[in-house]
Design a protein around this ligand. Structure first.
Ligand code: ADP
Ligand code: MG
Length: 555
């Protein structure tokens, strides 16, 4: 008999064993009602089918799966299990007391379960165990009342064996429900913990990857060392920026090496010193350091653990500020130049007025002077005109006022000026060849300025050539760019001259002002364009002016 009770006990725990296997694989609790419904139903039916007859009374543990299934499976499972319970009990209702106890169960216990399910779902694991035991106790009271009633009706007598069986059943049921809830909850908790650990470790991996990516991609040279001074992170930039020993030029080779061993002496000594200081917890400010022809900005960070605030290592960062300091110098120079330029512009403007007066009077005296002095007056007036032209060029270079722009054709300007240039070329024995493309679109331009640009470039080309040179002027249009190309067969431009070509007052000519090209450049830029120069010494030079139409920008 004990054997049979034991079998019953194990059968009643079947859903819990199954749950353990299932929950490890299944994600979340979506399938829980279905799972509990199936296994608790099966367990309940098995229990009822294998009920043990103890001294004339049927004893089984069907109430364990019933309670467990209802609590964990929710309302649908409660409905199914109640249905099975009723369906299997109805055929056995052979006495009035059986009927009474059956009604007691359906109107007493089923509604109690109905109201217990929700609070049970929300309760903590411990509270669930209490609630489970409490509900099971109610069931056990019901069970004892049923049996007592049955005994009194059938006029049977209480025996010692019966009391033992009842005691065993009650304690086994209470133990079983506690054990079941405890096991289910610990499986769920374990799963939650497992998921949490997985999430945290994925996050951690993510963070480490992000940090490594940042270190790899940043424009700083980075070397991170741990508390012992062994290198834990470094990047390719570090390999380029620090003067490292040859074998450590590959950043991966540095990992795990004690940092004093990787640097070469000199600049490296400063790095070692800074890292040592940081490892001792000393904060460092930015230290500029000249390494060869480069200027580096070094800084160290002392790393500490967030919880215990213990020394966790140090990081050395280097930034190459060579470009930056050159740029700073350049900006300073430009500012000074622009100031000088502004002053010069106002002075030259003032010089113009007395010059106009001088020119007027010289002309007057010229008219009244004898013929043999006319040549001198002509030279004086010519020189005055030249000075005036230099001032005009200079002022248009320095001017900053807004221009009136209108759509115009570059070809019209070229065609207007070609006769003038041809006359010039004829005098020098040179020829000009013009090749204009078809369908050139109109460009937003200031006529006067584009004329000036074209004349300046063409004159430069002619001045660079000896007799019999050919000046080749072409235009083209593609990819929303209009190109004007002025190529000569002159002396060419040396690389050294090329560096200063667009600087104001740079000229290799005795009569030159050195203002033509800077003026051309500022005109091109005002017209959303740029100037490229192709030159070969002894063969010739081509100046290419590119105008970008509409939204496209000059680079
Ligand atoms: P300028 O013509 O008064 O000298 P520019 O600014 O027009 O001033 O030109 C500056 C210098 O650039 C010239 O003195 C010359 O050395 C050089 N240069 C300009 N254009 C050419 C060219 N087509 N071929 C060779 N050198 C040139
Ligand atoms: Mg010139």
């Amino acid at each position: 008999m004990l054997k049979e009770l034991l079998l019953q006990f194990i059968l009643s725990l079947l859903p819990v064993f199954a749950f353990q296997l299932w929950h490890d694989k299944e994600q979340g609790r979506k399938g829980m009602p279905l799972f509990m419904g199936i296994f608790c139903s099966a367990s309940m039916i098995l229990c009822m089918l294998t009920a043990t007859n103890v001294y004339g009374y049927d004893v089984d543990f069907r109430l364990i799966p019933y309670l467990l299934g209802s609590l964990y499976g929710g309302l649908p499972t409660l409905a199914v299990l109640t249905f099975i319970y009723i369906a299997m009990r109805i055929p056995m209702l052979d006495s009035i007391w059986e009927i009474v106890s059956f009604i007691l169960f359906t109107v007493g216990f089923v509604p109690l379960m109905l109201f217990s399910i929700r609070p049970f779902e929300r309760a903590s694991a411990l509270l669930k165990e209490y609630k489970g035991i409490l509900l099971m106790s109610v069931l056990m009271i019901y069970f004892i009342i049923t049996i007592t009633g049955y005994i009194s009706i059938s006029e049977a007598s209480w025996s010692f064996g019966l009391v033992i069986v009842l005691f065993l059943s009650v304690s086994a049921s209470l133990t079983a429900i506690w054990l079941s809830i405890f096991m289910i909850e610990s499986v769920k908790e374990k799963k939650l913990l497992y998921d949490e650990v997985k999430r945290v470790s994925a996050n951690y991996r993510n963070e480490v990857e992000k940090l490594q990516q940042f270190i790899d991609e940043t424009s700083f040279g980075v070397i991170v060392v741990d508390r012992e001074g062994l290198i834990t992170h470094s990047n390719e930039m570090a390999a380029m920026m620090f003067s490292l020993r040859l074998e450590f030029k590959d950043a991966r080779q540095m990992l795990g090496i004690a940092f004093p061993h990787i640097f070469q002496s000199g600049y490296g000594d400063a790095c070692v010193k800074l890292l040592n200081q940081a490892l001792n917890g000393k904060k460092s400010s930015l230290v500029p350091f000249a390494a060869g022809d480069k200027i580096m900005l070094l800084t160290t960070i002392s790393l500490r653990t967030s919880i215990t605030d213990q020394n966790a290592g140090a990081a050395l960062l280097a930034q190459d500020i060579t470009e930056l300091s050159h740029l700073k110098d350049e900006i300073g120079r430009m500012e000074r130049l622009s100031l000088v330029g502004q002053m010069a512009a106002s002075i030259t403007h003032e010089i113009r007025n007395p010059m106009a007066v001088i020119r007027g009077f010289v002309q007057l005296i010229q008219e009244r002077s004898p013929n043999n002095q006319q040549e001198y007056f002509r030279i004086v007036i010519e020189e005055l005109d030249r000075a005036n032209m230099i001032i005009s060029d200079f002022l248009s270079l320095a001017q900053n006022r807004a221009l009136t722009m209108e759509p115009a054709s570059l070809h019209d300007i070229i065609n207007d000026l070609i006769p003038l240039l041809n006359a010039d070329a004829n005098l020098r024995g040179q020829t000009i060849e013009v090749e204009l493309c078809e369908d050139l679109p109109l460009i937003m331009m200031n006529n006067r300025e584009i004329k000036q640009l074209f004349l300046n470039l063409a004159r430069n080309g002619m001045e660079a050539m000896s007799d019999k040179g050919l000046l080749f002027i072409t235009t083209s249009y593609f990819e929303r760019k209009v190109e004007l190309r002025i190529a000569d067969q002159g002396v060419g431009i040396s690389p050294e001259q090329m560096k200063h070509l667009f600087e104001p007052f740079f000229s290799t000519k005795t009569q030159g002002t050195g203002l033509g090209l800077p003026l051309c450049l500022s005109i091109a830029e005002r017209h959303n364009g740029r100037i490229d120069v192709e030159s070969k010494e002894g063969e010739g030079t081509a100046f290419v002016v590119t105008f970008f139409l509409q939204e496209e920008k000059a680079s």
